[in-house]
Design a protein around this ligand. Structure first.
Ligand SMILES: NC(=O)c1ccc[n+]([C@@H]2O[C@H](COP(=O)([O-])OP(=O)(O)OC[C@H]3O[C@@H](n4cnc5c(N)ncnc54)[C@H](O)[C@@H]3O)[C@@H](O)[C@H]2O)c1
Length: 372
């Protein structure tokens, strides 16, 4: 196939491009090289033979140029941030996806598959159980609760702390603008795809980690932040009490999920969780990074918290496993592979400190006053 990868200069996209080339496909990339991911706004190394279109997924003419000859589209370009520019999520992620389908229908372009990137963020606080009152999907923790440092979601009936469980695909309930935009992205893609005969799949990625995650991008996740702080002589900053449970997934597994749904007939018309299936606390992760970097220190747990963060969330991957997909990456490999790459990347700018300062200045990151 000739596959168009949007966001192909980014983290997941660049690895997808490599895998598609290895699989014998030809590839085009549509990417606007946003400065928060690509500070110099220049193309990273893109393998020879890949057609590069520098353009924006909100621009009709850019899509038209990029879609030329495409048999399939992997749509990864997206706006991701923790800031409060809510309309931008809708503009880039939803209008951009709708525009893709508008053009495919208008041109009657017979694509074999569209895969759109969604996110675990569609689950908001995720799924929980109360021993006495059963399954619950709690709303976001209130500002008042967070300001008290009372981190755990509580049962809506008895007020006792809830026990988190894996989130399966059935119950999306996003609690921030990014998650809402990703659920809408899926909805446009799967609904318009079904209606117009464009075979479509959506992948709800958990936290994907590995080499090529831009150190400049505040949204690149904890590994980038932890390593950035440690490289600049600070302790890794951990929000809340660090006992948040998460699902960190090796980039290799995200890529193999894209490849799997791109060609599997049973993937059409459906959304799939992509996660490691292994639960790790943020504190465990911070300690693992410190240890891998040979630094003896304790993570910086100082009552900071970030608005919009979920307490615990990880993915139930039963649905995609039924397509024969299996995650193989371990936490050790994630950290090892990222460190092997980042060691050669200059971090003359202190991106981790800048991102933290920006989030603190805008009130996204706050602090429980009485914490030590
Ligand atoms: N990395 C993760 O942990 C994760 C988790 C859940 C979902 N996702 C989703 O996976 C996709 C890829 O994420 P990533 O981690 O590779 O991000 P990334 O920021 O590394 O890459 C995104 C790429 O898209 C490009 N881009 C951004 N806005 C664009 C626009 N308007 N037009 C054209 N190009 C644009 C950027 O320049 C960048 O190269 C995104 O849709 C993201 O929401 C990622």
């Amino acid at each position: 196939m000739h596959v168009l990868v949007t966001g192909g200069a980014g983290f997941i996209g660049s690895h997808v491009v490599d895998a598609l080339l290895r699989g014998g496909h030809t590839v085009a990339v549509l990417d606007s090289l946003v400065s928060r991911v690509h500070p110099g706004r220049t193309w990273p190394d893109i393998p020879p033979g890949v057609r590069r279109v520098r353009g924006d997924v909100t621009e009709r003419d850019d899509w038209l140029m990029a879609l030329e000859g495409a048999d399939a589209v992997v749509h990864l370009a997206a706006y991701q941030d923790y800031q409060a520019d809510f309309s931008r999520f809708a503009l880039v992620n939803d209008a951009g996806t709708a525009l893709l389908y508008e053009l495919l229908v208008e041109r009657r372009q017979p694509v074999q598959r569209v895969v759109v990137a969604s996110s675990q963020a569609v689950y908001g606080e995720g799924a929980y159980e109360c021993p006495d009152h059963g399954r619950q999907y709690p709303p976001p923790r209130s500002l008042e609760q967070l300001a008290r440092g009372a981190w755990e979601p509580r049962c809506s009936v008895c007020g006792m702390p809830l026990e988190p469980i894996a989130s399966s695909e059935e119950h999306p309930a996003p609690t921030n603008a990014y998650g809402i935009s990703k659920l809408a992205t899926e909805s446009y893609a799967l609904t318009l795809g079904a209606r117009h005969g464009i075979p479509t799949s959506a992948l709800r990625f958990s936290i994907i980690q590995g080499p090529r995650q831009s150190p400049a991008n505040a949204y690149s996740g904890v590994l980038r932040a932890f390593v950035g702080h440690i490289r600049h002589g600070r302790r890794p900053v951990v929000y809340e009490d660090g006992r948040q449970r998460r699902d960190y997934t090796h980039i290799r597994d995200a890529v193999s999920a894209v490849e799997r749904v791109l060609e599997h007939p049973d993937a059409v018309g459906r959304a799939f969780n992509v996660g490691s299936g292994k639960v790790t606390t943020v504190l465990e992760y911070a300690n693992a990074v410190l240890s891998a970097m040979g630094v003896v220190a304790r993570p910086d747990v100082n009552g900071r918290y970030r608005l919009g963060d979920t307490r615990h969330v990880w993915s139930d991957t039963t649905r995609i496993r039924a397509l024969g997909w299996r995650p193989t990456g371990t936490l050790h490999e994630i950290i090892r592979d990222y460190l092997a790459w980042i060691t050669d990347v200059s971090e003359s700018e202190d991106w981790a400190a800048q991102a933290l300062a920006r989030m603190e200045a805008s009130g996204v990151v706050r602090q429980v006053p009485q914490a030590d």
